[in-house]
Design a protein around this ligand. Structure first.
Ligand code: ZN
Length: 126
């Protein structure tokens, strides 16, 4: 179920975003956003490649905080904007997935990179 929702988010929501925000070039926008799924190729650098209990945000190279910061910068350039929207939406989808997993697996949360980042950030504000 979770996997189904996840992949429909990855495929169908970019279509809505393309139609809503890039109406005059929605096919191109949708295609570019689908291509941003290639960032999941960074999963190939780790074993196991697919682990439903793992939160990808902060874990894989292209899902790291510096990478996400870079995608935000891409938003400000007209030529990279569509890709940036696709990439950030991808990260959002993955993040929702993380929280969904955490909701029924506390040890998944405690062992995630995302949680480690959260703890570090909280330390900065102490
Ligand atoms: Zn991903």
């Amino acid at each position: 179920m979770q996997t189904l929702v996840h992949y429909s988010f990855h495929f169908i929501f970019p279509l809505f975003i393309a139609l809503l925000f890039f109406r005059d070039q929605w096919k191109k926008a949708w295609l570019i956003m689908l291509l941003t799924m290639l960032v999941d190729l960074d999963h190939l650098f780790v074993r196991p490649v697919f682990d439903p209990a793992r939160c990808s945000i902060g874990f894989h190279y292209l899902h790291s905080i510096p990478a996400i910061a870079l995608y935000v910068i891409f938003l400000f350039n007209k030529r990279t904007r569509i890709a940036a929207v696709g990439l950030l939406f991808h990260m959002l989808t993955d993040l929702i997935d993380c929280f969904w997993t955490f909701s029924h697996c506390q040890s998944c949360m405690l062992h995630s990179k995302l949680y480690a980042i959260y703890v570090n950030v909280m330390h900065l504000f102490k």
